[in-house]
Ligand binder design. Structure first.
Ligand SMILES: Cc1ncc(COP(=O)(O)O)c(C=O)c1O
Length: 366
C-alpha cells in the first residue's frame, strides 16, 4: 500500500519522545520532558492580543500563499535589524513552521541522488527530508573538543560531484554549538568555490549565550546569492504551536518554494501571521528575558550532568540543548528498581561524536 520512499523514513524521534512524555503525564506520572525543542514559556500577551485583533478584523480568509505583504515586510525589517541583511518582501516566503520551509526547499531544489552535507550531530529532520525526495544526506563529523564547531576541512573532504547543498544550523540542535565566525567564513569560501548552495537554519539565533550569532549570508554578496536563511517564531517567541517559519534568499528559489507551497498547504494560518508581525516588530524585551532564563538553566543542568559519575558535558554556547558525553558508561550494568539494566550503545562511526545509548531491562519488567 505504501510508497517505496516510506521504507526508509524514520518518524521524528523527538516528537515520539514528546508524545510518550505527554501520555505518561496523562496517566499521572510526574515527568519532565526533554524531548522536543519547545520553550515552556507561554506566548507573550501582546502577540496573543494581535491574534485576537486579527480575528476581530476579519483576517480569517486565505492570504497570499507566501504570507501577507505586512508579514513579509516585517521579516525584512527583522533581517535588517538583527542580521544586517537587505531583502525585499518578494525574496521572502512564510510557511507553516521552519520545518515546512525546509521541506519546501527540499522539493524545490533537490533531485534524486543529489548529496546534502549535514554537519553532525544534527537535527533529525534534515536527513529524513532529503531522503523523502530521493536525495542523499551525508553526515560530516564535528568534534566535542572544538565545542562541535563546523569543520571546513571535513566538509571539503566530503564534497563529490553530486554535492549540491550544505546545511548549517547555528546555534545548533542538538549540540548547542555556536559556529565560529572563522569557520563560517571558511565554509562561505568553500561554498562559493565549489558552487554549492547553503541552507542556514538560524532558528535558535535569539538563544546565543556566548560568542555572537553570524548569518553566513551577511559575509558578502557572493555567499548571500547562494544562501537561504531560515528562521522561525517558534523558539524566540514561544510560538511553537502557531506554526510560523520563514525564509529569505534568491528570488527564483523563493518563487519555486512558494509554488510548491501553493500546491500543498496554501498560506500558513492567517491569524498566526498577524501574531507573527507583532512578534517580529513589537518590543523584544521578553525575548531577552526568556533567553536569560535558558542561560541560567543551561548552567544548572551542565553542572548537574558533570556531577554524575561517568558523564561529562561541555557548556553549550547557544540554543536550549546539552549534549552530554556518556561514552564511559557504555557496557556498564546497574541495578534499577526493575532489576539489572545494561547501558548499550556505541559511538556511531559516521557521526563521530554521536553516542546512541539504550537501556535494556529484563523483558518481564519492561
Ligand atoms: C534546528 C531546528 N530547525 C527547525 C526547527 C523547526 O521549527 P518550527 O517548524 O517549529 O519552526 C526545529 C524545531 O525543533 C529545530 O530544532
Amino acid at each position: 500500500m505504501l510508497a517505496d520512499r516510506l521504507k526508509t523514513l524514520a518518524p521524528s524521534s523527538t516528537l515520539a519522545v514528546q508524545a510518550k512524555a505527554k501520555e505518561l503525564k496523562r496517566q499521572g506520572v510526574d515527568v519532565i520532558s526533554f524531548g522536543a525543542g519547545e520553550p515552556d514559556f507561554d506566548t507573550p500577551e501582546r502577540i496573543k492580543e494581535a491574534a485576537i485583533q486579527a480575528m476581530r478584523h476579519g483576517h480569517t480568509k486565505y492570504t497570499e500563499v507566501g504570507g501577507v505583504p505586512e508579514l513579509r515586510a516585517a521579516v525584512c525589517a527583522k533581517l535588517k535589524r538583527d542580521n544586517g541583511l537587505a531583502y525585499e518582501p518578494t525574496d521572502v516566503l512564510v510557511s507553516c513552521g521552519a520545518k515546512h520551509t525546509l521541506f519546501n526547499l527540499a522539493v524545490a531544489m533537490l533531485n534524486p541522488g543529489d548529496e546534502v552535507l549535514v554537519p553532525c550531530p544534527f537535527w533529525v529532520s534534515y536527513p529524513e527530508q532529503a531522503r523523502l525526495v530521493g536525495a542523499v544526506p551525508v553526515g560530516v563529523p564535528t568534534q566535542e573538543a572544538t565545542g562541535f564547531d563546523l569543520d571546513p576541512e571535513q566538509l571539503r573532504a566530503a564534497i563529490t560531484p553530486r554535492t549540491k547543498v550544505i546545511v548549517l544550523n547555528s546555534p545548533n540542535n542538538p549540540t548547542g554549538a555556536v559556529f565560529s565566525p572563522a569557520s563560517l567564513a571558511a565554509v562561505a569560501r568553500l561554498a562559493v568555490d565549489a558552487n554549492l548552495f547553503v541552507v542556514s537554519d538560524e532558528c535558535y539565533e535569539a538563544l546565543t549565550f556566548e560568542g555572537r550569532h553570524v548569518s553566513i549570508a551577511g559575509l558578502g554578496p557572493e555567499i548571500k546569492a547562494r544562501t537561504l536563511t531560515i528562521n522561525t517564531c517558534s523558539k524566540a517567541y514561544a510560538m511553537t504551536g502557531w506554526r510560523i517559519g520563514y525564509a529569505a534568499g534568491p528570488r527564483e528559489l523563493i518563487r519555486a518554494m512558494t509554488d510548491v507551497q501553493s500546491q500543498v498547504t496554501s498560506n500558513p494560518s492567517s491569524v498566526a501571521q498577524w501574531a507573527a508581525i507583532e512578534a517580529l516588530v513589537g518590543p523584544q524585551d521578553e525575548v531577552a528575558k526568556m533567553a536569560g532564563e535558558f542561560d541560567r538553566r543551561r548552567r544548572l543542568i551542565v553542572r548537574g550532568l558533570n556531577e554524575l559519575p561517568g558523564v561529562s558535558c561541555i557548556m553549550p554556547k547557544g540554543a536550549f540543548y546539552v549534549f552530554p558525553n556518556v561514552s564511559q558508561l557504555l557496557g556498564r550494568t546497574w541495578r534499577s528498581a526493575d532489576g539489572p539494566a545494561t547501558i548499550r550503545g556505541s559511538v556511531a562511526s559516521t557521526s563521530a561524536p554521536t553516542i546512541t545509548c539504550a537501556c535494556r531491562t529484563p523483558p518481564a519488567s519492561r
